[in-house]
Design a protein. Structure first.
Length: 291
């Protein structure tokens, strides 16, 4: 409805409503017009009632009539004016009540709009704070992810170093085993040679008893030297056996450490993959696995 509805249209609509025998009200006049805001129609309707009283007062100026007829007509006309004024006052009161109701409704609507605006501003502040917290959380997660990736790289380097050390330990172990086998073979050969030598000596001793008695001291010295050599070979063999056992223990320790590091590496990869996945609910506080 346009605010500037013409005045004469409102007055004409009020006259039409009154002509039907109905009291002109804001709603009836608006219905008659088919448009018009309540405030605009109500204000013009107040003017119409005021002009109606003037129009009714103007109609009291009657032509010359017989005295009794004129008095009766004036009395009837004054009573009609009085009734019209009562209707006008009642309509004005109703219009004022409508306007007051409209003002109250507008005040309530304005208050609700202010509350909605304040709530919207609070929601914007909360959303901004939530966004900032999410950005800070994302930065923390990215930093933690970078730290975890660095830890993974370090663990991979340690694993490669341990694998290299294990390989070297295995090669050293193989070398010790080969050296031990060579010493065993040498000791066996020396033992066989010694036994052969002893048997030859015994044979010669039986054949040359007399000669053996003369050279018994020399032979005893030779036997003692041979015994020392055999004892030294056996001691060397025991030392190599001990060193081999220690090398095997170190190799086993290196293997166990490499397996432990590999398990830690797999665990870190699983944690890293879990952190990269988006979550809806609030994630718990992350901790550094080195802590």
């Amino acid at each position: 409805m346009a605010v500037g509805v013409p005045e004469h249209e409102v007055f004409a609509a009020a006259d039409a409503v009154l002509a039907r025998g109905e009291r002109p009200t804001v709603e009836r006049v608006r219905l008659e017009l088919g448009r018009g805001s309540p405030a605009r129609v109500g204000g013009l309707l107040d003017q119409w009632w005021a002009r109606l009283a003037e129009r009714l007062n103007g109609e009291t100026r009657l032509p010359t009539l017989p005295g009794e007829v004129s008095q009766a007509f004036v009395a009837v006309w004054q009573q009609a004016i009085h009734l019209a004024q009562g209707v006008v006052e009642q309509s004005v009161a109703e219009q004022r009540q409508v306007l007051d109701t409209e003002r109250e409704r507008m005040a309530v609507a304005e208050d609700q709009a202010r509350q909605d605006m304040a709530k919207a501003r609070q929601q914007v502040v909360e959303a901004t704070a939530g966004r900032q917290a999410a950005e800070l959380r994302l930065a923390d997660l990215e930093l933690l992810l970078s730290q975890r990736q660095t830890q993974i790289d370090d663990l991979q380097q340690q694993r490669e170093s341990l694998v290299h050390e294990r390989h070297e330990a295995q090669q050293h172990n193989q070398g010790l085993q080969q050296e031990l086998q060579a010493l065993r073979l040498k000791a066996e050969q020396e033992r066989v040679a010694q036994e052969t030598y002893v048997r030859g000596v015994e044979d010669r001793a039986h054949r040359e008893v007399d000669h053996a008695r003369e050279q018994s001291k020399a032979m005893t010295v030779q036997l003692k030297d041979a015994g020392r050599q055999v004892e030294q070979s056996l001691r060397r063999q025991e030392s190599l056996q001990t060193e081999l056992s220690q090398a095997q223990q170190r190799a086993a320790a290196q293997v166990a450490r490499a397996e432990t590091l590999e398990q830690q590496l797999n665990h870190m990869r699983q944690l890293s993959e879990t952190k990269r996945k988006p979550r809806v609910r609030k994630s718990p506080t992350l901790r550094d696995p080195k802590a």
